[in-house]
Design a protein around this ligand. Structure first.
Ligand SMILES: *[C@@H]1O[C@H](CO)[C@@H](O)[C@H](O)[C@H]1NC(C)=O
Ligand SMILES: *[C@@H]1O[C@H](CO)[C@@H](O)[C@H](O)[C@H]1NC(C)=O
Length: 484
């Protein structure tokens, strides 16, 4: 506006007759007025547009280009999917047989579980065309009971407690089974489901039946069973070990989904440009994972000081990427029922003429990044059969403490991983009694969080092996700030 006024003041408007000069002045004033109105409007509207933009919307001019680049890079080589095949029906039966042996050892008559992750592990609730079977007020239970053959071999007998009117639906779930017909104890709406189960053919010959309750079962059901003739106990280490010990097929699925998720982050990084928001990067990564057949699970994208809260906070999403931003991405997807959970911390590529800053913050980011990597390596070297869960956490924690950042490593080192992203055993320095065994799979995810400044975390997946050296299941490790 000031510039337009000064044009006239400088006499740049040509002098003609007084009439024509007056009309010129009027025209100029109108033009200037309109220019000001237009400028102001565009400013205000632009501002409104930004602040009211829905989360994850594609606001950056290069969004589509970055999205395409990420997908193209990822799809150029999907070798990580080559060995992943769905779990075979027999494996579900083997799992139940292993559970039956544990129950027999513990003197338990049946393991009881509700629809959820454990049910998926033992029963592969496979019907996907209807709405999923959510735990509702009517108990629907799966029961795994040990039975001993004349030769003394313990195998699983599987049965169900179902609302009578839902029994047909239970049969349609496609639960892998040895029997032609599922063994279903049905209870009518006006009956007591627990008494029905107690008096059924399953328990009528057992004097004081003992049930082991899964960790996901709801308390009112356990109390109901306890009130109407059953003794209930919690999970034992033997029963937990069944799911903790992964089969070869499970290991290959974990390798595929975790390596694929790391590759999705790696494929995206070189495409990223300054100005993209956290939400836009989340959307780009989500679409990349969808493009290779993964289903979305969680995706936390944090820039700079937002990364100092390990799981972010409710105010994140709008921060914009710069060449100096420490980006932390903690992301998990699902593939053929198995879960990934990985984390990468990185910088984007600067242009050739980018001034290399020597500021202490940039140096500290570099230092912290490498300390976390060293801590991760120390834990990886400690993953051995018979090592305690605590010792793995302590191996990583000592590296970070020795570097003077102990105060910044605020969470446990990791956890088991399988069909569920977080499974037992948990790697924290208090968990001294649980010993690692070959076949267990874990996240190794140390981090350092510097409040108000930035955070760094590296997360990869390891398999504990007989031979002693843990096997990496998430593809190549991070190698540098721009090689995550
Ligand atoms: C397990 O469930 C999935 C769908 O969730 C299905 O595609 C697969 O065939 C099932 N597997 C078995 C062995 O029934
Ligand atoms: C683990 O400990 C058990 C019992 O102490 C022992 O029998 C077994 O050989 C150990 N395994 C390894 C790999 O050290």
């Amino acid at each position: 506006m000031e510039k337009s006024m000064s044009l006239e003041a400088q006499g740049l408007v040509p002098r003609r007759s007084s009439i024509s000069r007056r009309s010129h002045i009027a025209l100029f004033a109108l033009t200037a007025f309109l220019a000001v109105v237009f400028f102001y409007q565009s400013l205000v509207l632009d501002h409104l547009d930004i602040s009211h933009r829905p989360l994850g919307a594609k606001g950056h001019p290069d969004f589509d280009k970055v999205q395409q680049c990420s997908i193209d890079n990822l799809k150029s080589d999907t070798w990580f999917l080559d060995n992943a095949v769905p779990i075979k029906p027999e494996e579900f039966l083997e799992r139940r047989d292993r559970l039956a042996k544990a129950l027999d050892k513990n003197g338990v008559d049946a393991f009881i579980l509700e629809p959820g992750y454990t049910f998926q592990y033992y029963g592969n609730i496979s019907q996907v065309d209807w709405e999923p079977w959510e735990p509702e007020e009517r108990p629907f239970l799966m029961l795994v009971m040990p039975q001993t053959s004349d030769e003394g071999e313990v195998t699983a007998q599987t049965a169900f407690l179902s609302p009578a009117f839902e029994a047909g639906r239970v049969r349609m779930l496609g639960i892998p089974s040895r029997e032609e017909e599922l063994d279903i104890v049905a209870w009518e709406e006006h009956w007591n489901p627990y008494t029905t189960l107690r008096e059924s053919h399953l328990f009528k010959d057992i004097e004081e039946p003992v049930l082991m309750a899964d960790e996901e079962i709801r308390d009112y059901i356990v109390r109901g069973l306890g009130k109407f003739g059953f003794t209930t106990v919690g999970l034992t280490p033997e029963a937990e070990l069944v799911r903790q010990t992964k089969s070869r097929a499970e290991v290959e699925l974990l390798r595929a989904v975790n390596t694929g998720t790391v590759q999705a982050v790696r494929a995206m990084r070189p495409c990223l440009v300054p100005g993209l928001t956290e939400d836009e990067v989340t959307t780009i990564l989500d679409n990349s994972m969808l493009s290779i057949g993964f289903s979305l699970f969680f995706n936390i994208v944090l820039f700079e000081e937002h990364g100092a809260l390990p799981h972010g906070g409710f105010v994140t999403g709008g921060a914009q990427l710069t060449y100096d931003t420490m980006v932390v991405i903690d992301v998990g997807a699902h593939y053929l029922g198995y879960s990934s959970d990985i984390c990468r911390s990185f910088l984007i590529d600067p242009p050739c003429d980018h001034f290399k800053t020597k500021d202490p913050l940039a140096q500290e980011k570099d230092d912290v990044w490498h300390i976390v990597l060293d801590a991760q390596a120390a834990a990886a070297a400690a993953f051995k059969p018979n090592a305690s869960a605590a010792s793995i956490d302590i191996a990583a924690r000592s590296v970070i403490e020795d570097a003077g950042y102990g105060y910044g490593f605020t969470h446990r080192l990791g956890h088991g991983i399988g069909i569920k992203a977080h499974e037992s055993p948990y790697l924290n320095k208090w968990n001294k009694d649980v010993l690692l065994q070959a076949g267990m799979t874990f996240t190794d995810e140390p981090g350092i969080y510097l409040e108000g400044r930035f955070g760094v975390r590296h997360e990869d997946i390891y398999l504990v092996t007989e031979g002693g050296e843990a096997e990496l299941l998430s593809g190549p490790l991070a190698r540098g700030l721009r090689e995550p």
